[in-house]
Design a protein. Sequence first.
Length: 445
Amino acid sequence: MEQMSLFDAMPDGRNMTVPLASRLRPQELEDFIGQEHLLGQGKMLRQLIEKDQISSMIFWGPPGVGKTTLAGIIARRTKADFINFSGVTSGIREIKDVMNQAESGRKMGIRTVLFVDEIHRFNKAQQDAFLPFVEKGSILLIGATTENPSFEVNAALLSRCRVFVLKALEEADLVRLLQNALQNPAGFAGQRIEISLEQLKAVAAFANGDARMALNTLEMVVLNGEITEEGSIRVNDEGLAQCINRKSLLYDKSGEEHYNLISALHKSMRNSDPDAAIYWMCRMLEGGENPLYIARRLIRFASEDVGMADSNALTVAVAAYQACHFLGMPECDVHLTHAVTYLAMAPKSNALYRACEKCKEDVREKIAEPVPLILRNAPTKLMEELHYGEGYRYAHDTEEKLTRMECLPESMRGSRYYYPTEQGAEGKVKERLEEIMEWKQKGRT
């Protein structure tokens, strides 16, 4: 249990052992970036803080959006005793000690504001210990959580708190935050940092709405920068990429011929050459390759190179894998021949592969927006009040079995990933998709 220790003044930047995100934690509302829907001029939360009219509340939002920082600002603004509590390290005994202290203060006319970080980590018994003191007014509770309070906070306690939903920061907000870090005396103002706006945007995109991650990444990028002859630190693209690139483990490259053969099999099937495909498959089996490995590659090929042109290709490939599993070598060679020949002769479409790759690129490079409210379920009253599911239409209730509801996030509207070809059965899929898109477009115009 601490009083105010978390929110004491941060170092002035000379103590570089303190993480950049901690050194730059905003001390006043004017320095806070983001959450304009709550903290803009005239907004409710801003007024409550400025007028010191705090009531019990829950801050709900993803990591790094300012929940703890807001608590720190309230701590400095309020005339009440402010106590910081952690859902990770505190138990029933600590709760009761604080509650008794708060009750004594109430009798003397002193308000107590209790900030509970990660309140979702408290179990039901611990949360119940707060309830009578919240009801009596002994404490004003401020909880911070990354989890949905409808499920993680006791209903009785939740009903006595106002819930404020904090959103992931926009890329523009994060860029402002990073620029401030370069100019702030507690950041890098005392150093000459050469970093472009595009590089700052790359860091912001990587942080995905998390201010703490953005600042920590910037610190890593600067520490790994190139020191020039003039004594400045230059951030180059290669060093930046190493700091923000999520890399996967590489395959063992010692068996090059192994990969040459599977490549030859794959490309022979893609080129609809069953004879070459069977040859390379048999070469692999004779060389001692595990038939299950070949079967797994066929399953991949069935969706990557055949796809909707013949959806039965995936069924055949999976059946071949099962046959190899049941029988093993040498009997399963004919099943692999069956699958290889089928896949080589099937109509080809890589529309599914292209759709998947393009979508993954967007997911990695663009900020992950929350699910639109219209698509969310609302099993609790709080979620209904927050407009979860509002405006949703059940497609089966319509004559067309379709609605014109937008299912992508706002910034992704109009994005297309799947472009069906006219190969095989995919030709009919293409006709159907075009009809659906035309119907939706007519309704919107």
